[in-house]
Design a protein. Structure first.
Length: 276
């Protein structure tokens, strides 16, 4: 085996981002074979991942981005075990590289994202490789996309909450789109409009309303009417178009959109937050 030079170690580190000592050991183990050294580092990541499989990865980052033409947007979550790692430059770089791949390739779902080619492996394999580099369990846990006339992304400061929203029309003042994306972040609607709320959610809200009224001593024959009234309040507070606009509670989001353009509405949205 030839002498392992500092430049050899530096070259391997630039490709794998592994620590200097890990790179030196991998080169020594591979007798200076660069490709074999890369594989050794990847296998180390798999070994660390298997050892940490039972760990809980509930920290991390929530990121969102759109294509340059704002016709496609993606939201993804890369989890880590600790908030310390979530702020690590290598971790953030990996998360942003994965999101950029999602924006460029537009995979259909999370499985498709994990299968995308990334630096002579796949996204899923690269995440496992980084487990060995960073030393914590990492998990690509969530991915959603939206395609629309205009898609707006919003990331709340701290990278723990993000949204994407699709709109029926493009070319309007960007602040209109941003305000709605921020509304979704702030108010966490369950659906765009009341007709979009799942039947099981409606049934659950009616039962909750009845039970609350029953505990308040209301007569049985009044429970359904009271519950329907509470359901109306739920639709008002929890469906995007019917919510009061956070920046001006004298109008709803529906009215705000129509004030910008009569035909403007929201076609889809996604929201994800880590525990705040």
């Amino acid at each position: 085996m030839g002498t392992i030079t500092a430049s050899d170690v530096a070259k391997l580190r630039s490709v794998t981002l592994a620590g200097m000592m890990d790179c030196k050991k991998a080169l020594e183990e591979s007798n200076g074979d660069f490709d074999k050294a890369i594989e050794i580092i990847r296998k180390k990541g798999q070994l660390v991942a298997s050892k940490r499989a039972d760990k809980s990865a509930t920290e991390g980052v929530v990121l969102a981005k759109t294509t340059a033409d704002n016709k496609f947007g993606a939201l993804m979550v890369l989890n880590s075990e600790t908030d310390f790692v979530a702020k690590n430059a290598q971790f953030l770089s990996l998360a942003n590289k994965i999101l950029d791949l999602a924006i460029a390739s537009k995979p259909a779902d999370l499985a498709g994202l994990k299968a995308l080619p990334m630096e002579k492996s796949t996204v899923g394999e690269k995440v496992v490789e980084y487990v060995g580099i960073i030393g914590e369990k990492l998990e690509l846990a969530y991915y959603e996309k939206i395609e629309a006339a205009h898609v707006q992304a919003y990331i709340h400061p701290g990278n723990r909450l993000a949204t994407i929203a699709g709109f029926s029309k493009s070319g309007l003042d960007v602040h209109v789109y941003k305000d709605v994306a921020m509304q979704i972040a702030a108010m966490s609607p369950v659906a765009i409009d009341k007709d979009d709320v799942l039947e099981k959610v409606i049934a659950q809200e009616i039962e909750i309303g009845k039970e609350q009224a029953r505990r308040d001593g209301k007569p049985e024959e009044m429970l359904e009417k009271i519950a329907q009234g509470k359901l109306g309040k739920f639709f008002k507070e929890s469906t995007l178009l019917n919510q009061d606009f956070v920046k001006d509670n004298k109008m709803t989001i529906r009215q705000f959109l129509q004030s910008a353009d009569k035909g403007l509405t929201v076609t889809a949205f996604k929201r994800y937050t880590l525990n705040l």
